[in-house]
Ligand binder design. Structure first.
Ligand code: NDP
Ligand code: VSD
Length: 326
């Protein structure tokens, strides 16, 4: 009897907290079906975008892909057809060109799930990087996403209103959009910016039943990553190595699963989950279990984050010492 009472007393605070969070979390849980719906994926001709297009097609979505290079788009269409038997529509446009994006989005037809996955990454210390390259990353990664959302949103709102079905805007960030990493000043800035865009946008479109997801992958094996790896500073490799590498198909799986439940922050691996708890900030959270981990994990995750920073700064210090000796 006494032990029962002790157990009850001990469990009241966590249970009470859980109940409070269940009442508190906003927006409310949602399910966003993919089957039979129109999913537009930018950067759908390569890497993570191609994997996303293949998985979405396999789940019965009507898929459109958008990228610049028409030949690579055709190859991707063929590959998706071979893998799934499904036909996808392909649109050639540069996301930096707002008019071209508007024309492509119009031709593709009303979107239910917009996946802004396009992205460029040229790692380099800021001191060595030309401003032109900085602008290139900000223009494609950030302004390109604005162009897309501006083009797709009016029709998406109308359709969500007409059908009563929830819609989604998913944005591909990166773990380098949750923590600044050596060699990624421009890239990290462009990816952090997407979070601000996403948080504010979620306030603006919640009344239209549109749900924003931000996806934060670690290093992922893709054609773009293979190119990046050739020129990545040694220190960038070392710090990025704190999180395990993933396959594009696995990132696509995590992303689609997150999109389908309207998850706002979508981590892709274990390190990503810790990073997301450590950087939860004031982001929306619709899962009371997720909220519980954030509330209870906050202080420990901050401590762990400081351990990671200690490790990174030590690595940087040693690297400089070695360079001086050489
Ligand atoms: N691979 C990784 O390690 C990680 C990647 N990410 C992010 O995931 C996303 C996809 O990366 P990944 O699959 O590796 O990249 P890839 O380089 O393999 O593919 C990039 C895709 O984006 C398209 N694209 C690039 N620039 C433009 C543009 N200006 N207009 C339209 N489309 C464009 C490319 O087509 P085309 O060139 O023909 O236009 C291609 O389809 C990016 O946002 C990236 O930042 C995040 C974390 C890790
Ligand atoms: C509190 C605990 C924290 C735990 C772990 C932290 C690990 C952070 C590693 C950052 C990795 C950044 C990879 C960027 C990949 C990318 O975007 C490029 N390949 C370009 O595409």
């Amino acid at each position: 009897m006494a032990s029962c009472l002790v157990l009850l007393a001990l469990s009241v605070p966590p249970v009470g907290l859980l109940l409070a969070l269940a009442v508190l979390v906003r927006p409310r849980p949602v399910r966003i079906p993919l089957k039979g719906r129109h999913v537009l994926i930018t950067g759908g001709s390569s890497g993570i975008g191609l994997a996303l297009a293949r998985s979405a097609a396999a789940e019965g979505a009507r898929v459109s892909i958008l990228a610049r290079n028409a030949a690579r788009l055709e190859e991707a269409r063929d590959a998706i057809r071979r893998a799934t038997g499904c036909d996808v529509s392909a649109f050639s446009a540069d996301v930096r060109d707002a008019d071209a994006v508007a024309r492509a989005v119009e031709a593709a037809g009303t979107v239910d799930v917009l996946v802004c996955n396009h992205g460029v990454f040229v790692p380099q210390e800021l001191e060595k990087q030309e401003l032109e390259e900085v602008r290139f990353m900000v223009d494609v990664n950030l302004m390109g996403t604005f162009n897309l959302i501006k083009a797709a949103l009016p029709a998406m709102k109308q359709r969500a209103r007409d059908t009563g079905l929830p819609a989604s805007i998913a944005i591909m960030s990166s773990q380098a959009g949750q923590v600044g990493v050596y060699g990624y000043t421009a890239y990290s800035a462009s990816k952090f910016a997407l979070r601000g865009l996403g948080e504010a946008l979620q306030h603006e479109v919640i009344a239209d039943n549109i749900h924003v997801s931000l996806i934060f992958p670690p290093d992922t094996e893709t054609p773009g990553f293979a190119e990046e790896h050739k020129r990545r500073p040694e220190l960038t490799n070392m710090i990025a190595g704190s999180s395990g590498e993933m396959k594009a198909d696995d990132v696509a799986r995590k992303a689609l699963d997150g999109i389908k439940v309207g998850k706002f922050i979508v981590p892709c691996n274990f390190e990503g989950t810790m990073l997301s708890i450590a950087t939860a900030g004031l982001s929306p959270q619709r899962s009371f279990l997720g909220a519980l981990f954030e509330v209870l994990g906050a202080s420990f995750m901050r401590f762990l984050g400081l351990c990671f920073q200690w490790n990174w700064f030590t690595t940087i210090e040693k690297w400089h010492a070695k360079k001086k000796r050489a």
